[in-house]
Ligand binder design. Structure first.
Ligand SMILES: Nc1ncnc2c1ncn2[C@@H]1O[C@H](COP(=O)(O)OP(=O)(O)O)[C@@H](O)[C@H]1O
Ligand SMILES: [Mg+2]
Length: 286
């Protein structure tokens, strides 16, 4: 099955750890039929998404409280707001890392909110790249293996995975780092490796959760410059960040507050219609 590591591959012994680290549980074969001739759809459409975190013996946390969201192909959208606003939860819903309690979610016109873990794993491998604040690289794999892994998991032939990896690492200024271990790299370099890993399967959608949140100002500038460059080439990006300067790298900023969209505006432009204008609640203007 294409989703498995090739039998006898030298990486096989590490597979369990690798899967855990990448949050990509093993998936069944079942390829989904491509819908032919459909009308152009937003890349992401969410309607009244709701997610409440319920822990044992703790009060429920209403992290996402009825969110409508549309991201068109080619947009670079930032979701910003204070810590605890529910930004990461929203991103996790869009990437299928968590399931909504209610509401609808469509990716590229395909309704996905009721998908189980296996179908989400396939979607993420092929169509969604994710970058996290703390890189989440597999610490005992080389830079090269970290980047090639998602391609191999998606069934890309080893030679092609190697070629894509080499091209991306060169593009991201990481030539000569292929055999390094993640721990030998600076934070900024690790995040660039994570970006290469997220992009190696040419995902339609790149999700980024505080991608500069643990970087110094140089690393921050570098990562934002790279995101901007991929965006210029057409990469659709949905990024969440509490930092207004980071958000300003996007061309549309959604203010998120207390689990809801408070404002939605193209940067430098006028407010979108039909949104509750609660600008000023957030420290966005700084
Ligand atoms: N797995 C979880 N279990 C319980 N509560 C959670 C969980 N994840 C997030 N929360 C809570 O949900 C709220 C929103 O969290 P989060 O989505 O991480 O916000 P943000 O990314 O904007 O800081 C916070 O109050 C947080 O403590
Ligand atoms: Mg967060």
């Amino acid at each position: 099955m294409s989703e498995r590591a090739p039998t006898g591959d030298r990486r096989t012994g590490r597979w369990a750890r690798v899967r855990a680290a990448l949050r990509t549980p093993s998936a069944p074969g079942g390829a989904q039929g491509a819908a032919a001739g459909r009308v152009p759809a937003p890349l992401v459409r969410a309607e009244q998404l709701v997610k409440t975190h319920r822990g044992e013996g703790t009060a429920p946390v209403h992290a996402v409280r009825g969110v409508d969201l549309t991201v068109e192909p080619g947009e670079f959208v930032a979701v910003t707001g204070p810590s605890g606003a529910g930004k990461s939860t929203l991103l996790h819903l869009v990437g299928g890392l968590q399931r909504p309690d209610s509401g609808g979610l469509w990716l590229d016109g395909e309704r996905v909110d009721a998908y189980g873990e296996a179908r989400w794993a396939l979607l993420r491998r092929r169509r969604i790249g994710i970058v996290f604040q703390f890189f989440n690289l597999v610490s005992n794999l080389t830079v090269a293996d970290n980047v090639e892994l998602p391609a191999l998991l998606a069934g890309v032939p080893a030679g092609d995975a190697r070629a894509s990896r080499a091209e991306l690492l060169a593009e991201l200024g990481l030539e000569g780092r292929e055999r390094s271990m993640p721990g030998e790299l600076s934070g900024g370099e690790q995040q660039r490796v994570a970006l290469a890993r997220a992009l190696v399967n040419h995902p339609a959608l790149l999700l980024a959760d505080e991608p500069a949140g643990s970087l110094d100002s140089k690393g921050t500038r570098e990562v934002l410059r790279l995101l901007g460059r991929f965006h210029e080439r057409g990469q659709t990006i949905l990024m969440v960040t509490h930092d207004a300067r980071t958000a300003s790298a996007a061309d549309r900023v959604i203010s998120f507050f207390d689990g809801q969209v408070a404002d939605d505006a193209p940067l430098g432009g006028s407010r979108r219609e039909g949104r509750r204008g609660v600008s000023g609640v957030l420290e966005l203007k700084e």
